[in-house]
Design a protein. Structure first.
Lengths: 365, 174
């Protein structure tokens, strides 16, 4: 390999090259100096970005009490609260509370159990009658998926799929990630499959994407719990699972006082902060009276931004925490990250995953 | 860190809070600028971080952890900025600017440095953050772990993964 100014001959980046580049970036600040005191005063006078938390109904006793106190306080001290800017007083973060159920984007409560597994015939009916309305929606379909070479695709990778037990009138398209898992497999697969409606057409037939087969799913019990997953001894990278769980994000405060064990114990995730995100079986109560943020033992580490991307009715509480959100999340197991030769904690098969979608009840037709 | 200033700030003394953080504004701006690469975004992130710190300082239990705590808040603010603008936005790096720093003539070194920065712009928020904290701010693994609120082992693996991601992005940029 050519020796360049930023890399060693082996291709590894040079520390001094990274540092120099970052110093260049950091040095592009304006030549006009900022008066720190003025800057700080302007910053503390900024309005609090999110206050919706206070307006949401809460389920737990603690949050109910908080809500009652807030309402009573608002009634009694309303004029004062209006008169004093919120940013003029420092406030500690109230405990994150758990909502009673998941909810859709509109805030309407939804029981994950109400998400039904379709038959292939029902899928065809929906795809042919409501393609535009359902475009982008995910659904579960139980049945036999037949994967065959299609003459139109001879010489190209992959094959086509059909539900042979379904009436004609729909085109199935195999998603790239599913194709990678299938490899050169041809034949029939039984199970519960994850599909996505599209507004596209192949000829006159609506196109539905097949994203994969859901592991450990049956028509009567298509979802699994986090606890079951983290206890599993196997789990191939790329496998899809529908999880009925809570999506949580550890809060911003008061993390500094928390001792972090090193290395992390293998049987219990250490809930980092801020901003680390997890799927768990219970609504996360990150803020304990002693400031600890150790949550339930069973949790799956999902990438930062998962909450913003997938939580139904995402709700930010002041200063960075979020309200846990329950739903059926479809996750794909990720390859664990650990440097070769490093002493990383043993990583159980399902400790890390990415969320690829959320299963909501389909709207009534 | 002066514990007395923290205690005063915790009971609402804005002058004490200002005194506490005024000397940290410039380093915070440098860190934010390195992560975000955009002056207005960096300034907004620092402002947001200071506002959050002011509102939350009452919950700070350990004054000695103040700097780690403030780092975490700043990192959080930078992540929010990056999320807001998405990863697709790649800043244009002009050859003129690089020439100005490197003297006349467009050398391979200049092109290589531009490629490295374009590669950095392709990284996600986590990777940018850990590289900046380590290579620019000089934080070791233990300090990274404290600053990010994660175990040391996780900090090590994240730093490794970030370097690899930068190397791969650089290969694509060449």
């Amino acid at each position: 390999m050519t020796d360049r100014s930023t890399t060693h001959s082996g291709g590894e980046l040079r520390d001094d090259a990274i540092r120099s580049m970052l110093e260049d970036r950091a040095g592009r600040l304006p030549t006009t100096p900022v008066d720190p005191a003025s800057f700080v005063r302007a910053a503390v006078a900024r309005p609090v970005p999110a206050r919706r938390w206070w307006l949401r109904p809460a389920a737990g006793l603690a949050s109910s009490v908080v809500l009652v106190v807030v309402i009573a306080g608002t009634l009694a001290l309303g004029p004062l609260l209006v008169a004093v800017p919120a940013s003029a007083l420092p406030t500690s973060v109230p405990p994150t509370s758990a909502p009673p159920t998941s909810s859709t984007e509109s805030g309407r409560p939804v029981e994950p159990a109400s998400v039904r597994v379709l038959t292939p015939a029902e899928l065809v009916a929906l795809a042919t009658t409501r393609p535009d309305e359902l475009a982008g929606r995910l659904a579960m379909v139980s049945g036999r998926l037949s994967i065959r070479l299609d003459p139109r695709y001879v010489g190209r990778p992959g094959a086509t799929a059909t539900f042979p037990d379904a009436p004609a009138g729909m085109a199935l398209r195999i998603d790239d990630a599913f194709r990678a898992i299938l490899g050169d497999h041809l034949g029939d697969l039984e199970g519960v499959f994850l599909v996505r409606f599209t507004s596209e057409r192949e000829g006159r037939n609506p196109v539905v994407d097949v994203l994969g087969r859901l592991e450990d799913a049956t028509p009567g019990q298509p979802t699994v719990r986090v606890e079951t997953l983290v206890a599993a001894i196997s789990g191939d990278v790329g496998v899809l699972v529908a999880v009925d769980g809570w999506l949580v994000r550890s809060p911003l405060h008061p993390c500094p006082s928390i001792p972090q064990p090193t290395p992390a114990p293998t049987d219990r995730p250490v809930y980092g902060c801020p901003d680390d995100e997890y799927l768990t079986d219970e609504a996360f109560q990150p803020l304990r009276i002693d400031g600890s943020v150790v949550g339930p033992a069973g949790a799956i580490d999902v990438p930062v931004d998962s909450y913003d991307a997938w939580a139904p009715d995402p709700l930010t509480v002041p200063d960075g925490g979020v309200a846990p959100r329950r739903a059926i999340y479809v996750i794909r197991r990720a390859a664990p990250v650990c440097p070769p030769g490093s002493l990383c904690p043993a990583i159980l098969p399902w400790r890390q995953a990415t969320i690829v979608g959320r299963l909501d009840p389909l709207p009534d037709g | 860190v002066d514990p007395a200033l923290i205690r005063r700030a915790q009971i609402g003394d804005v002058d004490a809070f200002t005194a506490l953080v005024a000397g940290r504004v410039e380093p915070m701006q440098r860190t934010a600028m390195a992560i975000l690469g955009h002056e207005a975004d960096a300034r907004d992130a620092v402002g947001e971080a200071l506002g959050s710190a002011w509102r939350a300082i009452a919950g700070l239990r350990d004054p000695a952890a103040f700097d780690d705590w403030l780092t975490r808040i700043l990192v959080h603010a930078c992540r929010r900025r990056l999320r807001g603008r998405g990863r697709a936005r790649v800043r244009e790096l002009t050859i003129d600017a690089a020439e100005g720093r490197a003297g006349p003539g467009l050398t391979d070194d200049v092109l290589e440095r531009l490629a490295l920065e374009r590669a950095f712009e392709r990284l996600d928020a986590d990777a940018r953050t850990i590289l900046v904290l380590h290579h620019l701010d000089g934080l070791g693994l233990a300090e990274l772990a404290a600053g990010l609120g994660i175990p040391v082992g996780t900090a090590k693996s994240r730093l490794f993964a970030a370097r690899r991601a930068l190397e791969r992005a650089l290969e694509r940029e060449r």
